[in-house]
Design a protein around this ligand. Structure first.
Ligand code: ZN
Ligand code: ZN
Length: 165
């Protein structure tokens, strides 16, 4: 979606808004498709004292397995991203600034990169997820499986192996 920003850039106090849907359900992250619905994007550009700020309100459905127990969690994510729009970039390394030399901005790329960059590396169903039992594979959040709790010191295991040889 192309965002026309000329009127915003040229007048202090001016603003413009676009609402649209962007399909991201085919984005594959580490073998899963975590986005279950298109993103509802509300993009707002505001000129305040000749500084143009872009705000992206993004809402989308997600479904992702817990990294520890594998239980799938789904819900709706609402994220807000902000960028400063400038005619010419002074600092190329700052992602907060986006160059819009011809007063237009392709929103899709910005929305997708913001969502991917803020996609959490680690994802747990809860902070104290107990994970799966290493012996029987039962989800330990659902109750104790009765397996003997093994506390194997990896250093002792290595020693044992060495002794055998
Ligand atoms: Zn979990
Ligand atoms: Zn078990």
């Amino acid at each position: 979606m192309l965002f026309e920003l000329k009127s915003v850039f040229l007048a202090d106090g001016e603003s413009s808004e676009i609402r649209y849907e962007l399909d991201i359900t085919d984005i594959d992250i580490d073998g899963i498709f975590p986005f279950t619905s298109p993103v509802s994007v509300t993009a707002t550009a505001v000129n305040r004292a000749s500084l143009v700020t872009l705000t992206l309100d993004c809402e989308y459905g997600f479904c992702r397995p817990c990294d520890r127990c594998g239980a799938e969690l789904s819900g709706t994510e609402h994220k807000r991203f902000e960028h400063r729009l400038v005619q010419t970039l002074v600092d190329e390394t700052n992602d907060d600034y986006i160059e819009t030399p011809d007063f237009t901005l392709e929103l899709d790329e910005v929305v997708i990169s913001d969502i991917i960059l803020h996609y959490p590396q680690k994802f747990l169903c809860s902070e104290d997820c107990k994970g799966l039992c290493p012996v029987c594979g039962k989800n330990r959040n659902e109750g104790d499986c009765g397996c003997e709790k093994q506390t194997v010191d990896p250093r002792l295991e290595i020693l044992k192996q060495l002794m055998k040889e």
